[in-house]
Design a binder for this molecule. Sequence first.
Ligand code: HEC
Length: 121
Amino acid sequence: MKKYLIISVLGISATFGSCFYDVEEELYPSLECSTANVTYSGTVLAIIQGKCYKCHDAATNTGNITLEGYANLKKYVDSGQLLGAIKHSAGYSPMPKNESQLVECDIAKIETWITEGALQN
Ligand code: HEC
C-alpha cells in the first residue's frame, strides 16, 4: 500500500513539473532571452570577462590566446574561432575549457553582436 502511494506522488509531481515548464517556455520565449541592443561594452565584455578572462586575459594568455580588449577579441571573431569555440562546433576546441557551455542566451547575444558587425560599441 505504502509503495503505491509513493509511486503516485512521484508520478503526479513529474507530470505537473514538466507541464509547468513547457507552458512557461512557450508563452514567454521573449522574456527568457533578449538579444535586442547587444553591444560590446554593455553585453559581450561582461560575458567574456566573467567566463574567459581567468584563462585568456592578457596576463594569463592561456594557449597563447588573449581575449582581453576589443582588438584582441576581434581577431578571434574574424577567424571564426570565438563562435566555433563557444558553440562547441566541430573543428574547434570547446570553451570554456573543462566547464559547462555558456548558457544559450549568452551564446545568442554574442552571435547577434557578431552578426551585427562585431562593432566596438
Ligand atoms: C580553464 C582555462 C580556459 C577557460 C576558462 C577558457 N579557455 Fe579558451 N582555451 C584554453 C586553452 C588551454 C586553449 C588552447 C586549446 C586547448 O587546449 O583546447 C584555449 C583555446 C581557445 C580558443 C581557440 C580554440 C580553437 O579551436 O581555435 C578560443 C577561441 C578560446 N579558447 C576562447 C575561449 C572563450 C570565448 C572562453 C570563455 C567562454 C574560454 N576560451 C575559456 C583555456 C581556457
